[in-house]
Write a protein that binds this ligand. Sequence first.
Ligand code: PAF
Length: 279
Amino acid sequence: MKIFTSKHELSGYLETLKEKGRTIGFVPTMGALHQGHLSLIEIAARNTDHVVCSIFVNPTQFNDPKDLEKYPRPIDADIAKLEQVDCDILFLPTVQEMYSGDEKWSIDLGYLERILEGRFRPGHYQGVTQIVKKLFDVVQPNKAFFGQKDYQQVKVIMKLVELYSLPVEIVMCPILREEDGLAMSSRNIHLSPSERNEALALSESLRRTRENYSMKQIAELQIEAVNFLHSSEGVELEYFEICNAETLLPAESKEEPGLVALVAAKVGHTRLIDNIIIK
Ligand code: PAF
């Protein structure tokens, strides 16, 4: 695996591959890699000729400086994991390499950045789109792969691609779960053993919603999930919503073409999100 820390050197190298007609798959990450990330790389490797993974803990997408500070950065372990899968290139820039100073960024994401995650993490998707645009400009991938776990993020990035008419296909890849249902996440390492157990309420609420889907109305499913989460020990619910899978607006009826249930909650000091496509 080749490792680049400079944008210029990476784009120069990728240019030589593109000149040979090779396709580039891109998996942007913030590191602390787990099996979920590695599955994105495997999917990228099956769908493109060369896979670039980036590891960059992007400061502009954190609302809470403490969250940024405590974000795990096990870089040696990450490199070892990437060596085990079909990752050809790792891009590992510094903050100075990605941000030249006091930069301004503003993109009109409309209601998409005010709902769900946006209500609890104002400005988060401005930071995400800022860095993803920069990374796309350097890598210029044919396809970019993102996990369904950050469902709203995928929709936001599709909006970015649309607004800038970027020639990249966004591929959403399935959530990977631990055997007991917990969605894999870099944040799970912050959970104590008892919190890890309490965190199962999130995936359980989603599982029950999907299981009961054919028997109940949307409002009923939503109330039951919210009640279940409120009564779950150690879980501080932020939202549980059943939404139109395309627009992410609250689902009004079962007639909508696709439905997704999304949940966010704090367990101890750790904020977790999860979702399930129910239709
Ligand atoms: O999903 C993430 O890890 C980050 O939001 C991303 C897309 C790498 C941008 O920093």
